[in-house]
Design a protein around this ligand. Structure first.
Ligand SMILES: CC(C)(COP(=O)(O)OP(=O)(O)OC[C@H]1O[C@@H](n2cnc3c(N)ncnc32)[C@H](O)[C@@H]1OP(=O)(O)O)[C@@H](O)C(=O)NCCC(=O)NCCS
Length: 151
């Protein structure tokens, strides 16, 4: 994702989330050199993901597919790409937060090897109050251990 992409990214962000990021948040992430990638469709950007990586831990800050493009495997492809990038940059585990009211995302994360490790109470703004975050993590080292032949 480049600065020039932010307007197009924002058009998707506003369609996809009831409580979207602002353009300023995306620009701050780019200024901080966070890994940020767009998924390009025939007619433009159809999704994007933003990571932060510090020491050996990566955090998925945003992963989003345009609502009209959802349910076709793009989100899974994008999440796998983000995990690959995290691994390539030396991360040993990847964290993310998700709303309990977002079963599609939770199903995807479970399926991709993320496990719930905790909750952040009242983390998100929500209609009529606040909503907890489910914190999920995926151990990247464990993947390699799992591929090792049994002793
Ligand atoms: C979550 C999100 C990224 C998934 O992207 P997607 O392209 O729709 O997902 P995919 O087509 O790759 O589907 C992957 C898995 O997600 C789950 N899923 C996706 N859409 C689903 C639906 N409508 N109902 C149930 N499960 C669904 C399923 O587990 C699916 O696997 P399957 O196809 O083998 O059943 C997308 O829905 C999105 O951008 N949502 C809005 C933004 C958001 O909530 N981001 C996550 C913030 S934590």
């Amino acid at each position: 994702m480049r600065d020039d992409d932010v307007d197009e990214v924002m058009r998707v962000e506003l369609r996809a989330y009831p409580f979207p990021w602002t353009a300023g948040i995306f620009r701050d992430c780019l200024r901080a050199a966070y890994p940020a990638w767009v998924l390009q469709g025939d007619a433009g950007i159809i999704g994007y993901g933003v990571l932060s990586i510090a020491a050996d831990e990566a955090h998925v800050l945003n992963v989003c597919i345009d609502p009209v493009e959802q349910g076709q495997g793009h989100g899974r492809r994008l999440l796998r790409a983000l995990v690959r990038i995290a691994r390539a940059q030396g991360a040993q585990r990847v964290f993310l937060e998700v709303r309990p009211s977002n079963p599609n995302a939770i199903a995807l994360y479970h399926d991709e090897g993320f496990n719930e490790i905790g909750r952040r109470p009242r983390y998100y703004p929500a209609h009529g109050g606040r909503e907890d975050a489910i914190v999920m993590a995926k151990e990247l080292l464990a993947d390699e251990v799992a591929r090792m032949p049994a002793l």
